[in-house]
Design a protein around this ligand. Structure first.
Ligand code: ZN
Ligand code: ZN
Length: 337
């Protein structure tokens, strides 16, 4: 069978590999659609993943076969796997802080993931995909769980002004979640015009291109010099990450979701004087059912974020190389298996 195997920096290859073996509590899946995530792009650019692993942690699939002791699942079931396998026993897991687990396994990162004809996963990480949620939307559940968790942590209140920096998948899902939670006004800042247009069509109240105008001046004119109640950092770049301190109002919250490789300069004096809340958020785990429910109910429609669907053979050229080129305006690229 075919699998996209991670073999080091800029080394991802579609190889012929043996079919997975099935333990008594495992389920054999045929992946349907698999998203390429920013984390995958980081691995492509900087290493990080275990060499030899099949990548892909954002995916939907169909059950092909079940292990001897599996009772809950059967052939033909439509599912979404959780991307995390926390140990369930460490101090963090006991406190339900699963994303901090000291012995965590991650699908498509430390164990084989979905960019393959078949993948075997433990039965316990599967969720049923309702009929109304197609397989493409199913591949968007993982990033939606990440954003759902982040907004739970930031405790967004009704009517607040939200400024989102970066309109990639996480930024645009933040827009949808902020709207769903009745934010008063959602402003999106992004340097790529195509992404700004997408943000507008998804309901952003204002959009700003910081290459064309000063974001802080524009924000000042919109909010009367106060700044945003919540600034959501989704660029993962040092410049915008530092700027958040200037864009948030007194007593407001900086919610950081972007993963920045380089150190970020932080204006702690402003932070103290303005009593800012600096909230970081990493991954999603317990939020998967909530994310499925949000899509199933129609409250969140992640489909417009899918800007390209490609076959597995093209994963490097039309996936990783395209998404890491500076001119790329795509948001979510899905692999159709
Ligand atoms: Zn991801
Ligand atoms: Zn643990």
């Amino acid at each position: 069978m075919r699998a996209a195997v991670f073999e080091g920096t800029r080394e991802i290859h579609v190889r012929d590999v043996p079919e997975p073996t099935l333990g008594p509590h495992d389920v054999l899946l045929k992946p349907m659609y698999v998203g390429i995530c920013g984390t995958d792009l980081n691995a492509w650019q900087y290493g990080m993943f275990e060499s030899g692993v099949t990548i892909g942690h954002e995916f939907s699939g169909e059950v092909k076969e079940v292990g001897r002791d599996v009772t809950k699942w059967s052939r033909g079931d439509r599912v979404v796997p959780n991307s995390l396998l926390p140990c369930g026993e460490c101090g963090y897991c006991v406190k339900k802080r699963y994303s901090l687990c000291s012995d965590m396994q991650m699908v498509g990162i430390s164990m084989n993931g979905g960019m393959a004809d078949l993948v075997s996963v433990p039965e316990g990480i599967l969720y049923r995909l309702p009929k109304s949620v197609d397989y493409r939307k199913g591949a968007m559940i993982e990033p939606l769980a990440v954003v759902t968790r982040a907004f739970d942590r930031a405790q967004l209140e009704k009517g607040t002004t939200v400024l989102i920096l970066g309109a990639g998948t996480i930024g645009l899902l933040s827009l949808l979640v902020a709207k769903d939670r009745h934010a008063g006004r959602v402003i999106v800042s992004e340097v790529k015009p195509a992404r700004l247009n997408l943000a507008k069509s998804l309901g952003a109240d204002d959009t700003v291109n910081p290459l064309e105008e000063s974001l802080s001046l524009r924000l000042e004119s919109m909010t009367g010099a106060q700044g945003a109640d919540i600034v959501v950092e989704c660029t993962g770049a040092p410049g915008p990450s530092s700027e958040t301190f200037k864009l948030v109002r007194r007593g407001g919250t900086i919610l950081v979701l972007g993963i920045c490789e380089a150190p970020v300069e932080a204006d702690f004096m402003t932070g103290v004087l303005n009593e800012l809340n600096l909230q970081f958020s990493y991954l999603g785990y317990a939020e998967f059912p909530k994310a499925i429910q949000l899509v199933n109910s129609g409250r969140i429609n992640p489909a417009p974020l899918i800007t390209r669907v490609i076959p597995l053979e093209r994963v490097v050229e039309d996936g990783f190389e395209l998404l890491t080129s500076p001119s790329c305006s795509d948001v979510k690229v899905l692999i159709q298996i």
